[in-house]
Structures are given as structure tokens and as C-alpha cells.
Design a protein around this ligand. Sequence first.
Ligand code: 13P
Ligand code: SF4
Length: 312
Amino acid sequence: MEIRERILELKRKKNVIILGHYYQIPEIQDISDYVGDSLALAQQAAQTDKSIILFCGVHFMGETAKILNPDKKVIIPDLNAGCSLADSCPYDEFKKFKDNYPDHIVISYINCSAEIKTLSDIICTSGNALQIVNSLPKDQKIIFAPDKNLGGYINRMTGRNMVLYHGSCEVHDLLTAEYTLKMKQKYPDHLLIAHPECNDAVLQIADYVGSTQGMIKYVKQSSCKKFLVATENGILHKLQADNPDKEFVVVTQKESCACNDCRHMKLNTMEKVLASLEEEKYEINLDEETIINAKRPIEKMLSLSKQLGLIK
Ligand code: 13P
Ligand code: SF4
């Protein structure tokens, strides 16, 4: 039997839901029950009635699913699939940083560890960060962590002055305005779409800035047929499936490099997904106190997102 069929059979037999992020390889996206960006996947994890959640993404996503489903088994295909952005914000360092601003609330991007979530008041994703910040009183003092690029973008869009922690994503942050401008010159008919984890100089020259889901929606609705895409490679699978008549060129750091493949996301393979289902590994476990304290800001995000009409 083909590996794909074996995965699908085991998934049915063991009552497993497979959640896959858009940055997974196309084969994994195709066997997932639900493919989405961080916000949609968190919502799916919160709603599922399946007994096992297999999260094909990176470690913090598995943790989020576990926090929302402490009584369920949550497994991921490779324990080493971390995230440079989450790793750029260690607990002790962030705790010290936060202690410098006792009258600030903490909004943390979902790309952080469960421990950082326990120090946060509200979690956000790139799909709801702008609206969540806008929903707070203008004079609310805010620390935004860990992504300085997303935080800086929100500051610019809202006119706020949130205190930014200095983390970043190694995939998005390395794109430069200099080389992106060269690509714009080479592809003058293409619209440039960019994820807000890119640095400000790239975002300033983009025609559209938005989350993974935001970019997917924008391209579908656009009358333009050609796009330069400044984010992780995996999004192309969905963009091409939705828009067979449109052309996409991925923005890279320099000529012919594979820098926009997230090395963490791409650790997951079909073989590892199968082994994960067979042996029900690698299980995410968190202590009860961490779960209770990390759940509060995630639930706050989900309820605010519902109130703001961003999710159903
Ligand atoms: P979104 O899925 O929220 O767009 O985030 C992108 C990302 O970097 C996930 O790790
Ligand atoms: Fe983390 Fe960046 Fe990879 Fe997303 S793309 S998982 S933020 S390293």
C-alpha cells in the first residue's frame, strides 16, 4: 500500500484529526483534514472532537493544540521542528524585559513557547493582530512580543507606540528591500504581496501586506494575474490550486536560493507522519499550571476574534 493510503487508513482507524499548516510540503497538506494558517488551525484545534490531534507544523503549534485540549493526545511528526521566532524569545530574558514595563499589558504573537504565553495577556496571530490591537483603548500601554517586524508594522498602521521585543523569523526577516526591488524591476507586471514577519523595508514596498490567509484571499479576489510572493514557499501550493490561471514568483534573499523554505516546517515528511500515526509519537506534554496560564490569553484571542467577526 502507498504511504499516503496507509496514513489515511490509520487516521480513520485511530480517530485522528490531522491539522496541517500552509508551510508543509504539498503531500502533507493533501492528507491533512484541515489546512490553514495559525489562526484557523488554533480554532480547529479548539473545536475538534477527535481523540488524537496530529499537528503537522512546528512545536509551538502542537503546544497550542495541547493547551486547548489538555485531555487529548497531541502528537507531532518531529520533535526538532521548532521555530526561530519562538526560540528568539527565551522565558528568563522575556520575564526580565517585561518587568521593566509593569504598567503594560503583553500581547504575544502565537509563534512563542507555552511559557511565554503564560506571561501574556492576549495572544494574536498575523491574521488578527491588527484588529486586536485596534480594539484596545488608545492609551493602553502594550508590550508586543516576540516579533519586532509584525509589532513594528502594527505600530505603523495604528499610530501606536507599543514596546517591541526584538525577536524575528529567520525566513521572513532575511529578505531585503534591495533585492526585492531588483525582483520588482525584473517582474514589473507582478504585484508584491508580503507577510508582516518581513522587515519594514520590504513591507514598505509591498502592494499588499497580510497573513497567510490574507494573502490567499487577496490573490483570489485580485484581477491581477501575476504576483511576487514574499513569504514561505509552502503557500504556493494553495495559491496555485486556487488560481490556475495566475503566475507566482517567490521573493528570495538573493538569486536562486532556497531561503524561503522554513527548515523547521520542512523537517516533517510523509514517512514521519506515518511513523507518528503508527507509534502515536511524538507526544506534547505540558504541566497543568502552564496549561491553565497559557490557555487564558489564547482563549482571549479566540473570543476577541469571534467578537471582531474574524472567525465564526
Ligand atoms: P501565519 O500562519 O499566521 O500566517 O504565520 C506564518 C508563520 O510564520 C507560521 O509559523
Ligand atoms: Fe517560525 Fe519563521 Fe518557520 Fe514560521 S516560517 S515556523 S515563524 S521560523
